[in-house]
Design a protein around this ligand. Structure first.
Ligand code: 0WD
Ligand code: CA
Length: 376
C-alpha cells in the first residue's frame, strides 16, 4: 500500500511520523552501552537549594536481614514533603551545567560560547520511562525536546492522567509514599562513621544527585539521577559503583506475588539502576502495616538471570534497543536548533509514539538564564 512521505525543502531524508513500541520489534543484539562515568555531583538541601557538592550524600549502614522497622513512624509529626505541584523541569541539571561549564565546554576560537559535545541532556528518570515503554500498559508519557547549540534537551511534561492521579491520591497512598523515604532514614547515616537517626525529620526536598556521561549506540548522553547512599568503606570502588539504591516493596507470600514482582517491579528497578551503573539495590519487604519484615540485596547485573525463569518476561535488550531507536527518532525529527521550539513526543499504552511542534508555548522549558550563560 502507498504511504505518503513528507520531505523537507532541500533535504531528501523523509521524517518519520511515529515510532512503534511493540516489544518484538526490538528483540535483537544488545546495543553498545558504555560504562557510565560520573562527571559531577550536586545536592539539594532541605529548602531545595542547589549546591555543587556532595553535602547530601549519605552512607549505607547494614540493617541486618530482619530489622523490624516501622515505616509509619513520624508520618504525622516528623515529615516535610516536597511540593510536587512545583515543576522543576531540567533546572537543577542546567544549573549544574552552567556551574561547571568551564570544564565541560569546548569553545571555538571565534567566540566564547559553549557547546557541550553530547547529544542528549536529561534526567535519568526520563530514560527509565523510555526503557520500560515496550512493556508498560498503564501509564503514558509526554517528553518535551528542544535543540540548543547542537544538544537535544529532553524534559518530561506531566500528562493529564498523571495530574488527576496526583491530585486525587488517597490518604493511604500519600502515607505509603512516605514509607520509602522512612526506609532510607533507617538505613542511611549522614557521616561516614555515623549511625542512622531514626528520630529525625524526613524531608523529601533533600537530594544527592550524580551526573553521569555515557553512550547508547551512537547517542552521547549526559544525565543526572538521585542517589540514595554509598558504601562507607573507603576501599569501595569509585562512583557510581559504590552507590546503593534503596527500595521498599510489599512482602512476597505467594507464587503469583513473586511472579508479579519479577515481571513488573524488577523491570523498573533494573532500568533505573542499570542506566547510571549503580550495581546494588537493597530492598526492604514490608507488610500491610508498614513494618519491614526482611531486607535483601539484589545485584543489578543478576536481575536478567533472575527473570529468565519467568514465562514471557521482559528482556533488557528490548528496553535498550527501544530507547536507542527512540533517541534516533528524536534526532531525525528535531532538526531546528532553537530553544523556543518544543517538539512534544507523546505516548499512550498500545499506541505508537507521535509528536507535535510548539513555538513559544507553555511547553518551552530552557530558561533564559541558561541560554544567556551558555551564549556568553
Ligand atoms: O520534572 C520532573 N517531571 C521530574 C523531576 C521527574 C523526576 C525527577 N525529577 C527531578 C527532581 O529534581 C529530583 O530531585 O529528578 C530528581 C530525581 O531524578 P531521577 O533520579 O532522574 O528520578 P527517578 O529515577 O524517577 O527517581 C529517583 C528518586 C526516587 O526514588 P525511588 O526509589 O522512589 O525511585 O528520586 C525521587 C524518589 O525518591 N523522585 C523525585 N524527587 C523529586 N521530584 C521525583 C520528583 N519528581 N521523582 C522521584
Ligand atoms: Ca530509592
Amino acid at each position: 500500500p502507498y504511504s505518503p512521505k513528507r520531505f523537507r525543502a532541500g533535504d531528501e531524508a523523509p521524517v518519520p511520523r511515529s515510532l512503534s513500541t511493540r516489544a518484538q520489534l526490538y528483540e535483537r543484539v544488545f546495543p553498545e552501552y558504555k560504562q557510565p562515568v560520573e562527571i559531577g555531583v550536586f545536592s539539594l538541601d532541605s529548602e531545595r537549594a542547589f549546591f555543587n557538592d556532595s553535602r547530601q550524600l549519605r552512607y549505607y549502614v547494614d540493617p541486618g536481614k530482619k530489622p523490624n522497622f516501622n515505616l509509619r513512624d513520624g508520618y504525622r509529626d516528623r515529615f516535610v514533603k516536597r511540593d510536587d505541584g512545583v515543576k522543576e523541569k531540567l533546572d537543577h541539571v542546567l544549573r549544574w551545567i552552567v556551574t561547571n561549564r568551564a570544564k565541560l565546554c569546548s569553545t571555538s576560537s571565534s567566540s566564547t560560547s559553549c557547546t557541550l559535545g553530547v547529544d542528549f541532556v536529561t534526567w535519568r528518570g526520563h530514560l527509565t520511562k523510555l526503557l520500560v515503554t515496550p512493556y508498560e500498559t498503564q501509564e503514558g508519557w509526554l517528553l518535551a525536546v528542544s535543540k540548543f547549540r547542537g544538544t537535544l534537551y529532553m524534559s518530561e511534561v506531566e500528562t493529564e492522567a498523571a495530574r488527576v492521579n496526583r491530585e486525587n491520591r488517597t490518604e493511604r497512598h500519600e502515607e505509603m509514599m512516605y514509607w520509602g523515604y522512612k526506609f532510607e532514614q533507617y538505613i542511611c547515616a549522614d557521616d561516614v562513621n555515623g549511625v542512622p537517626d531514626r528520630g529525625g525529620v524526613v524531608n523529601t526536598n533533600e537530594a544527592f544527585c550524580t551526573v553521569v556521561q555515557t553512550r547508547l549506540a551512537d547517542h552521547k548522553l549526559l544525565f543526572s539521577g538521585e542517589v540514595d547512599c554509598r558504601e562507607k568503606d573507603p576501599r569501595a570502588p569509585p562512583a557510581p559503583a559504590c552507590y546503593v539504591e534503596l527500595k521498599t516493596s510489599a512482602e512476597i507470600c505467594t507464587p503469583k506475588q513473586r511472579s508479579n514482582f519479577h515481571r513488573y517491579k524488577l523491570l523498573k528497578w533494573w532500568a533505573q539502576s542499570f542506566l547510571p551503573g549503580v550495581p546494588r539495590i537493597v530492598a526492604g519487604f514490608r507488610d500491610h502495616d508498614g513494618v519491614v519484615v526482611s531486607v535483601e540485596t539484589i545485584h543489578v547485573l543478576k536481575i536478567s538471570q533472575l527473570i529468565k525463569k519467568e514465562h514471557n518476561c521482559w528482556k533488557p535488550t528490548v528496553c535498550m534497543n527501544f530507547c536507542s531507536d527512540f533517541l534516533s527518532f528524536v534526532k531525525s525529527v528535531v532538526k531546528e536548533d532553537n530553544p523556543r521550539l518544543v517538539y512534544l513526543f507523546a505516548w499512550e499504552p498500545h499506541r505508537d509514539v507521535t509528536y507535535t511542534i510548539h513555538r513559544d508555548s507553555q511547553y518551552t522549558f530552557l530558561p533564559d538564564w541558561y541560554l544567556k550563560e551558555m551564549a556568553s
